[in-house]
Design a protein around this ligand. Structure first.
Ligand code: ADP
Length: 392
């Protein structure tokens, strides 16, 4: 019986797991979300058709750590899998540092190297590593593959990779790494399969979810990203500032703000939530009559349009724009607001196709092709894991 590929995305208080059949087509068998680790734990899994496979919630005495939560997840999974075995486990790891331009099988040396990167991504990397450790303890004989959000961007030219800081800092790793790489890599693969002429050209992909960024992809390779040293730079996001003059931070430090308070401000209290005072969720903002909600949307759209021009300039032109992730896939309003009045850049949107959520929503005459492509980072990780397993 064919085995399965597990894909694990361990966050600060949640674990996402997807189970794929270990075959070339990678059929999705189940997706599981464990939320509320450390507060009100709850677990829910569905099959590919959306039918609920398990739903559980605990009171105060429930699983309190990632290890405990993984124990619950695996206990359920054992029953779900029956006689099928786990062949390989792929992990989403936010940071691969300067050295990892591709996924790797995790051994003691790799584990130590990834732990060294915790200071670069303190909000995510420790949880990703906890996921690897928990799965290694539960499945010591199964290969664990780390797939990095930074890897797709490692080929950036120096001008896109560096800050104008003293050179030694670049050598020490203070660089513009870029993130959402697994999403962009998936988009690049989809383009290569379905739109090979565009895949060979100059594409701006916009990953617009709770986290948001944009990527310039030329000839299938990332050449620049709006995100930099951390995932707080670039576009405004649900609760993150996006690009901010470092002088603001210096000012706040001189006013006595410490790291903890600044981190809260930059990562949790800003972005759409901070600007609107209404919500971090685009659906709430689109439904809100509050003028501040409309202003927050206007700010989000303005920054996307500015970056679109900048990334097109970085590539010396533009052949396609891809919208993906929660907002990019589901909000025709945001897509229209980004694309309207962009004829100067060769963009002509087909309003009906956009409203209908069609894959191609530019007019036949448009010089730039507009595309809506749902992302699938988990599938990208599963592909990498299976490919590394095959290579041995
Ligand atoms: P994450 O970065 O957490 O994976 P998602 O990619 O799921 O986030 O995107 C979440 C965002 O997508 C939220 O702002 C949500 O409001 C937005 N979104 C989802 N569906 C819609 C919709 N139909 N219209 C507008 N925004 C939507």
């Amino acid at each position: 019986m064919a085995g399965v590929v597990l894909v694990v995305n361990a966050g600060s208080s949640s674990i996402k797991l997807e189970v794929f059949g270990a075959e070339a087509a990678l059929p999705s068998l189940a997706t599981l979300l464990f939320e509320g680790i450390g507060s009100r734990p709850a677990m829910r899994a569905k099959d590919d058709a959306g039918a609920v496979l398990v739903q559980r919630a605990w009171e105060a005495d429930g699983p309190a750590t990632h290890r405990d939560a993984f124990g619950e997840v695996m206990a359920w999974l054992g029953g779900f899998l029956g006689a099928r075995c786990v062949e390989v486990i792929g992990h989403r790891v936010v940071h691969g540092g300067a050295d990892h331009a591709a996924p790797v099988i995790v051994d003691a040396t790799v584990r130590a190297a990834l732990a060294n990167l915790v200071t670069l991504a303190p909000l995510h990397q420790p949880h990703n590593l906890a996921g690897i450790d928990a799965m290694t303890a539960l499945y010591p004989a199964v290969p664990q593959v780390a797939c990095f959000d930074t890897a797709f961007h490692r080929g950036h030219p120096f001008v896109a990779d560096a800050y104008a800081l003293p050179r030694a800092m670049y050598d020490e790793g203070i660089r513009r790494y870029g993130f959402h790489g697994l999403s962009y890599e998936y988009v690049a693969h989809r383009l290569a399969e379905d739109f090979p002429a565009l895949a060979a050209g100059r594409v701006v992909a916009a990953h617009l979810g709770n986290g948001a960024s944009m990527c310039a992809i030329a000839g299938g390779r990332s050449i620049d990203s709006t995100m930099g040293f951390t995932a707080v730079d670039g576009l405004p996001m649900g609760t993150r500032t996006g690009q901010l003059d470092p002088g603001v931070i210096l000012h706040l430090v001189s006013e006595g703000w410490d790291t903890k308070r600044l981190t809260r401000l930059l990562y949790h209290d800003s972005g759409l939530k901070g600007l609107s005072g209404v919500s971090n969720d685009m659906r709430d903002l689109e439904a809100s009559p509050d003028p501040a909600a409309a202003e927050a949307i206007g700010y989000f759209v303005y920054r996307i349009r500015r970056e679109l021009g900048a990334l097109a300039a970085a590539m010396g032109g533009l052949d396609a724009v891809v919208f993906t992730a929660g907002i990019g896939e589901n909000s025709p309003t945001i897509r229209a607001a980004v694309c309207s009045g962009m004829e100067w850049l060769g963009i002509e949107m087909d309003e009906t196709a956009n409203e209908a959520g069609e894959t191609v929503f530019s007019t036949p005459a448009s010089r730039v092709t507009l595309l809506r492509i749902p992302t699938d980072e988990e599938r990208m990780i599963a592909r990498h894991a299976l490919a590394l397993l095959a290579r041995g």
